[in-house]
Design a binder for this molecule. Sequence first.
Ligand code: ATP
Ligand code: MG
Length: 724
Amino acid sequence: MDVSELLDSLNDKQREAVAAPAQNMLVLAGAGSGKTRVLVHRIAWLMRVENVSPHSILAVTFTNKAAAEMRARVEQAVGSNIHGMWIGTFHGLAHRLLRMHFQEAKLPQSFQVLDSDDQLRLLKRVTRSMNLDEKKWPAKQAMWYINGKKDEGLRPKHIDAQLDPTEETFKKIYQIYQDTCDRAGLVDFAELLLRAHELWLNNPVLLEHYQRRFSRILVDEFQDTNAIQYAWLNLLGREHGNVMIVGDDDQSIYGWRGAKIENIQRFLKDFDGAETIRLEQNYRSTGNILNAANALISNNNNRLGKDLWTKDSDGEAISVYTAFNDLDESRFVSSRIKQWLDEGNSLDDVAILYRSNAQSRLLEEALLQAQLPYRIYGGLRFFERQEIKDALAYLRLMNNRNDDASFERIINTPTRGIGNQTLSLVRDAARSHGSTLWEACIRMLDGEQLSARPANAIKTFIELINQLEDDTLNLNLDQQANHVIQHSGLKAMYQAEKGERAAARIENLNELVTACQTFEVDPEVEDEMTPLTAFLTHASLEAGESQADEYEAAVQLMTLHSAKGLEFPLVFMVGMEEGMFPSQQSGDDITRLEEERRLCYVGMTRAMEKLYLCHAESRRLYGQEKYHRPSRFLREIPDQYLDEIRMKNQAVKPKTTGRFANTISLDTFADTGFKLGQQVRHSKFGEGTVLNFEGSGAQSRVQVNFIEHGSKWLVVAYANLEAI
Ligand code: ATP
Ligand code: MG
């Protein structure tokens, strides 16, 4: 791309932002208005026109996927090597700093990143060791507490908890948990940010170095920065005054994780002379989609206010599908995707968005049945699968003997006769010496503090880990992984499990070797860590963002949260029901409700050409059939943009051809033999009234409102309904 092209493909406002003189700047604009494009072009402009070295540029985005995409786009726009530029997420960048300056950060060189699963496990151990009632002090709650405090930049010593005994306890858990992590060289996600911030606070010379180095800072999705991220940015960029942030207050969706929309206004106050540029033209969506999203978000209060318009035509209306249950919903989605494919479109263009990960299972099933390849972002990702975590734990422990979380995970996996009793002895010993579990084992073996059998078992384990390390010292990463899978006993253990599940696990383990094979250490960090350390970090940080076959065209499934910043020609939003979306927890809390509405806005504005909003009248949740009203968000969209598809309407109108065409009356459904409004009896649900019909032949279903059990859809062929 030559320089004139850099500007030609922009509108006036975008151009103003891209070519602005060095200054602090806020680009505030709605979805799809080209904020990310401006950011990318600005970087290219800085390099091409202002001759800024890539070395001086720091760009922050929200997800690893976005960071990778940004790197590719910048490379394309610059047309030259961007070696030395730092592009990443706050977490990724903080991690990199800590690796480079582990000593100043008071971390061991081999420190490991703890993912949220490991964090939870560790916290369980901590609360147990404190003799706390797990019901009263759930580890999950402690995790929220600790991460929340860290996001605010607070250490236990900063927390004044004298007034509240509950908080006093959480504070204690925080303290003990942190001591354990520090001893073992473990760093959780929130700790990455806090440590990196403290690193600079405690090392002014280092800070000054980076302040000088990163003379240009750019941040995408700024509305979702939390307090510690803001503080970090403030330290780094406030002095030199060349910070460009882009964001949209209407898309702030991480309030529940400490993100603060107010940071936008704070930026304007804290960063001298910050100019605001607003973009108002949307290039992504059709008129109907955009106007519907605008109408929805106008129900929120205290917005910074933006107008968004498009030159694009109205396009198709948004389809609202009322499914009679969740199964029907997922089948509807897969059938429409099939149709889309049959019309000659690509599966890559399709996204299914849901509020929570658990909703993916049925959709996955329907897609599998329809033989439509799909990929999941989030949920049970590759690196979160049991067997993968087991194998990684071996590699982690080989890499760092003090990694207690990994130690706990594999000490008796596969089983080697180390029972809970022995383990608690080890834990006690570790606690009383303030040491890690590994060290405690060594000490206990030396001091002959264990009886013969457990002592032998532990000795074997320790030798195994040492041996694995020795044997793999000079191997490539994939050979290392393969060796560990073969010789740790994991493979044999999973092979012995039998069945499809076991086969899948073995496949996954093989896939891990492949992942190691194709893993490329970022040349930027090659000097700072071994390939194994880099890979283990990648596993924790990315938790398998690329799943299954990366190159195959596939439908993408993800939560609304992870869809941020992305766009797709065809989008399905499912589970648009009260209690699902907005979620149950948001209840009548206006702040949370508004965040849910912003999430809905984010979801809708991902769609370029066609949007489906689906809700189900009943849904199985936690083993129970639940009946939800349609989401209020559906009501908040003016009718003029919507087209309702109701299965019921089609079903109630009987076909006018076919076997019984001449014999049925309008209120009888041919295949069922029942009439609307008819009283029926069911052996389990008792008496009820027929409300509706659907399907035909063996598939025909009937909806009955039972006096005691409420409304249910039943397959006529199996229901054995009795007319009364
Ligand atoms: P979001 O708020 O969802 O992150 P955004 O404001 O970052 O959206 P982009 O993703 O940068 O928006 O742009 C949306 C789409 O519009 C992209 O496909 C982009 O290439 C296109 N686009 C942006 N600006 C222009 C322009 N001036 N001319 C043509 N297309 C544009
Ligand atoms: Mg964007």
